[in-house]
Design a protein around this ligand. Structure first.
Ligand SMILES: [Zn+2]
Length: 318
């Protein structure tokens, strides 16, 4: 019996909500702002910059957590369900399709920020490092995995900001001019960042840098550098012994003086390699999340990218 009247009640509730919120595409939160849920840090930061005062933006993946192996809890799923806009990068978040399907709601605006960007292939599985991470990454048609780390290229980051701005305008047309204005202001900062990278990295002494995982492929390509990753597309992978030997040989041959590690992942392999070739270690931050300390010190995408540039220049000029 209940089954016959619940759908009517829901239909009535939907109509009422539509009237109260002025028939916008999606329900807003109680303060009239868009309720936007994002996945990991750069998606949160880019969205916040575009949304300005018109949205409540939250990140699902907390400070200090590494997004490649993260999965949503029941509490996270509740946030996804209540979101009128959902923003994700694509590929890093292998759980998204299932989560959105189970959350339902056809009116939710879903923004895949990397959409429209031609993704590079990562290392094929056979050249991977012993572990298979099939669930982590969508595979391209020929069985190779795609590299999701576009946010680390200041040029491709601008495209992501544009895609987010278009999605927010679609969800909340009343404020579309503000979203465009905010996006343009942030894109100007990203263009300045791109100029710094380009001018600083053209005259460096060497082009090769060793990273903890394959996060800097797009950045390397943009500025004519060569990334030599210790692990594959996911930082939790541990390199096989023969791969370790290859990296050590490469680093010695190219006189690499710095081995980079990350803030969210155990640096023991990077430190082992550095010790072996008598190199230093330094941080190159893939911005897959900020630590609580970085948050407290008011670090953001731009400040961390500027630190990355300084670290790269130091390592490549030694
Ligand atoms: Zn990564």
């Amino acid at each position: 019996m209940r089954k016959t009247w619940i759908p009517k009640a829901l239909a009535f509730a939907a109509i009422t909500t539509g009237i109260l919120t002025g028939c916008s595409a999606s329900p807003a939160s109680s303060d009239g702002k868009l309720n936007v849920v994002t996945t990991f840090y750069p998606m949160y930061e880019f969205t916040k910059q575009v949304a300005g005062e018109h949205a409540n933006v939250v990140a699902l993946i907390p400070a200090g957590a590494e997004p490649h192996d993260w999965e949503p809890s029941a509490k996270d799923m509740k946030k996804v369900k209540e979101a009128s806009v959902f923003v994700y990068n694509g590929i890093v978040e292998g759980w998204v399709d299932d989560a959105l399907e189970s959350a339902g709601n056809e009116k939710r605006i879903v923004i895949e920020a990397s959409k429209g960007i031609t993704l590079m292939e990562g290392l094929p599985e056979e050249e991977g490092h012993g572990h298979e991470h099939k669930d982590d990454h969508k595979e391209a048609q020929d069985g190779k995995v795609l590299d999701p780390h576009v946010w680390l290229d200041p040029v491709l980051a601008q495209k992501e900001v544009n895609t987010i701005a278009e999605g927010l305008a679609q969800a909340d047309p009343a404020h579309k001019d503000d979203y465009r204005k905010n996006a343009d202001a942030y894109i100007a900062k990203l263009q300045a960042l791109d100029t710094s990278f380009r001018t600083s990295l053209t005259s460096v002494k060497r082009k090769e840098f060793v990273t903890q995982h394959t996060a800097f492929g797009y950045l390397a390509k943009e500025y004519g550098l060569t990334q030599v990753p210790i692990a594959g597309l996911s930082p939790e992978e541990e390199p096989a012994p023969d791969k370790m030997a290859d990296i050590i040989k490469f680093a010695k041959y190219n006189q690499v003086k710095t081995i980079f590690f990350e803030t969210l992942v155990d640096p023991k392999v990077a430190k082992t390699i550095a010790k072996e070739i008598n190199a230093k270690t330094d941080v190159l931050n893939p911005l897959e999340g900020l630590t609580s300390k970085e948050m407290k010190d008011n670090h953001d995408y731009l400040s961390v990218m500027n630190s990355n540039l300084e670290a790269l220049m130091k390592a490549l000029n030694e």
